[in-house]
Design a protein around this ligand. Structure first.
Ligand SMILES: NC(=O)c1ccc[n+]([C@@H]2O[C@H](COP(=O)([O-])OP(=O)(O)OC[C@H]3O[C@@H](n4cnc5c(N)ncnc54)[C@H](O)[C@@H]3O)[C@@H](O)[C@H]2O)c1
Length: 481
C-alpha cells in the first residue's frame, strides 16, 4: 500500500464508503465544520447531466455511468480550492480516480455495518440495492478497494474530523508511539525535564524500536526562550526523514514546534501533550512560538504537526493547579461549541475539545478568520496577565476573561456557570497597567481591542469593536479595588 496521507490540510477531504454508509450526511456536516464547500459526487453528476442516477444507469449502463462518474470526479479533485467530497459507492473503482485521490485528497473510509447499510440502501431505490444477496456480495467485494484507497477510517463526524486534522486521541496511546510517529526514520525526543522524570521511560520504551535521541528542556515559560531554542537547533541531528517528538505541556510543544519549523527549514514533528492545556489547546493547530523579554509568543511559525498524539492517561500525574488552567480552556471550548463539555469525563472532554479545536484550525490554519473565536476571553486574560507581570495563573486569567466576554455578550446564566466551575477571584493588578496592556494586544485595531463575543453558546462573533467605555468597565469589574 502507498504511504497514507497524514491530514486534510490544503487537500480535499474525500469521504468514501459503501452505499448507505451515510457519506452525504457526514460529508455535509464535515464541510460545515471545516468551512469548505461540499460536493456530493452523485448530486454533481445529476446537476451536470440534468438526469437522475437511476435513469443514467438505465440509459448508459453501469460502464457508461462509471465513465461519467470518473470525469466528474476528475473535475472535482483537480480543482485547487479544498472541498469535502462524498464519493459514490463505486467512484473509487477506476485506478485514475484513486490516483487523483492519492495526489489531491485525504480520504476517509466511512465504516458501516452491512446490515445498517442494507436497511438504508433498500429504501433508496438505488440501482445496485435491489437484491439483498447481491448487495452483500458487492459490499464484501468492494471492501478491499475502499481499504486500499483510505488514509483513515471513521464511523462518525468527530472521528473523521480528528483524522482530518491528524490528531490521535486514546487512553494509553503513548504505548503505541512507535506506530503513531509517522515514517521509519530517526526520532529526537524533546521532553520537559520534570515530565521526563515521570513519563520519560515509558515514552522511550514505546519508541524503543526507533533510533532515538533525547533532549530535555525546562518546564514552564523558561522553555520558550531564544537560548533554549538555540540549544535545540545545535543538538538536533536528524535529517528531513526524521521526526521531532515533543513531550510536555504547552511550553515544551511551543518551543519544540518552533525548533522543528525552523531547523533545516522545517522537519516533521509530533507533539505528545502531557498537560490538559496542551491536550485541549496548545498542541493542536500548528501554532508554535518562543517569547521575547516582555513579549509572549512574539516569534513563531505555523507548522502543522505530522500527528498529534493525545493520551489522557498522562494527565493522571498533573498537579491540580495545572488541571485548573486546562479546565478554563475546556469551559471556553464548551461555550464556543455550545455544549457543556465540562460535564464529560476527562478523556471524553479532552477528545471533544481536540475535535473542536482541530476543526477550527483546519478551517483556518493561518489565523485569518474563524480561528479568532479561540480568543474568547483571552483579550482580557492577556491584559490581566501582563499587568500582573505573569504572576497570575493563565487559567485564572482566562476564567476572569470569560466572565468579561460573557457579561458583554449579555449571557448571565453562562457567567454563573463560569463562576461555579472556575471560581475566579478578582485580580490584584493595576487598572491602568491592565488597560494599557489591553489596548496593546496583538488583536487590537488602532488601539481599539477586537473582541470575541457570543450571540448565544455555540454562536461566536469575532472582530467585535465596542465603545471603549464598555470594554474598560468590563475590565475594571475583574480587578479588586
Ligand atoms: N500554540 C498554541 O496554540 C498555544 C495555545 C495555548 C497555550 N499555548 C502556550 O502553552 C503554554 C502553557 O502550557 P501549559 O499550561 O501546558 O504549561 P507548561 O508546559 O509550563 O506545563 C505546566 C507544568 O506542568 C508540568 N507538567 C507537564 N505535564 C505534566 C504531567 N503529566 N504530570 C506532572 N506535571 C506535568 C510541567 O513540568 C510544568 O511545570 C504557554 O506558553 C502558552 O503560550 C500555546
Amino acid at each position: 500500500m502507498a504511504t497514507p496521507r497524514l491530514n486534510a490540510l490544503g487537500r480535499h477531504l474525500a469521504v468514501a464508503g459503501f452505499m448507505g454508509a451515510g457519506k452525504s450526511t457526514v460529508g455535509t456536516e464535515l464541510a460545515r465544520r471545516l468551512g469548505r464547500a461540499f460536493v456530493d459526487l452523485d448530486a454533481e453528476i445529476v446537476r451536470r447531466s440534468g438526469r437522475e442516477v437511476v435513469d443514467l444507469f438505465a440509459e448508459l449502463g453501469e460502464s457508461g455511468f462509471r465513465a461519467l462518474e470518473e470525469s466528474t470526479a476528475r473535475d472535482v479533485l483537480d480543482a485547487a480550492e479544498p472541498v469535502v467530497v462524498a464519493l459514490g459507492g463505486g467512484a473509487v473503482l477506476p485506478a485514475s480516480t484513486r490516483e487523483l485521490l492519492a495526489r489531491h485528497a485525504f480520504t476517509i473510509l466511512l465504516e458501516v455495518d452491512p446490515d445498517v447499510a442494507w436497511a438504508r440502501a433498500r429504501e433508496s431505490g438505488r440501482p445496485l440495492a435491489r437484491d439483498e444477496a447481491a448487495f452483500r456480495a458487492l459490499h464484501a467485494a468492494r471492501r478491499p478497494v475502499y481499504e486500499a484507497v483510505a488514509d483513515a477510517r471513521a464511523r462518525d463526524v468527530d472521528e473523521a474530523l480528528l483524522h482530518a486534522a491528524g490528531i490521535h486521541v486514546g487512553v494509553g496511546s503513548t504505548e503505541e508511539l512507535a506506530d503513531l510517529v509517522p515514517g521509519e526514520g530517526a526520532v529526537e525526543i524533546v521532553i520537559d525535564r520534570h515530565v521526563a522524570g515521570i513519563h520519560g521511560v515509558s515514552v522511550q520504551l514505546a519508541l524503543g524500536s526507533r533510533d532515538v535521541a533525547v533532549h530535555e528542556v525546562p518546564g514552564g515559560e523558561e522553555a520558550k526562550t531564544a537560548a533554549v531554542l538555540e540549544r535545540l537547533w545545535r543538538s538536533l541531528r536528524i535529517g528531513r526523514d526524521g521526526v521531532v517528538v515533543a513531550v510536555g505541556g504547552g511550553t515544551t510543544t511551543d518551543v519544540t514546534g518552533f525548533a522543528a519549523a525552523t531547523y533545516m527549514r522545517g522537519v516533521p514533528w509530533v507533539p505528545v501533550p502531557t498537560t490538559l492545556v496542551g491536550q485541549v489547546d496548545a498542541a493542536i493547530g500548528g501554532k508554535t512560538a518562543v517569547d521575547l523579554p516582555g513579549a509572549k509568543n512574539l516569534v513563531g511559525a505555523f507548522h502543522w504537526p505530522h500527528r498529534v498524539v493525545v493520551d489522557p492517561a498522562l494527565l493522571e500525574t498533573l498537579p491540580d493547579g495545572e488541571r485548573r488552567n486546562g479546565l478554563a480552556e475546556v469551559v471556553k471550548t464548551g461555550l464556543l461549541a455550545g455544549q457543556p463539555l465540562w460535564e464529560l469525563p476527562e478523556p471524553a472532554q479532552v477528545r471533544a475539545c481536540a475535535v473542536f479545536k482541530g476543526a477550527v484550525c483546519l478551517a483556518d490554519p493561518h489565523d485569518r478568520g474563524a480561528r479568532a473565536q479561540l480568543n474568547l476571553g483571552h483579550t482580557f486574560a492577556h491584559a490581566l496577565e501582563a499587568a500582573a507581570d505573569y504572576a497570575l495563573p493563565h487559567g485564572h486569567a482566562v476564567a476572569l476573561g470569560l466572565l468579561a466576554a460573557l457579561r458583554l455578550s449579555g449571557l448571565h446564566e453562562e457567567c454563573r456557570t463560569v463562576e461555579r466551575l472556575l471560581r475566579p477571584a478578582l485580580a490584584h493588578v493595576d487598572r491602568e497597567a491592565a488597560w494599557r496592556a489591553l489596548a496593546r494586544d496583538k488583536k487590537a485595531a488602532d488601539g481599539r481591542p477586537r473582541l470575541v463575543l457570543l450571540d448565544a453558546p455555540g454562536r461566536p462573533r469575532w472582530g467585535v469593536e465596542l465603545p471603549e467605555a464598555d470594554v474598560r468597565a468590563a475590565l475594571d469589574e475583574l480587578i479588586a479595588s
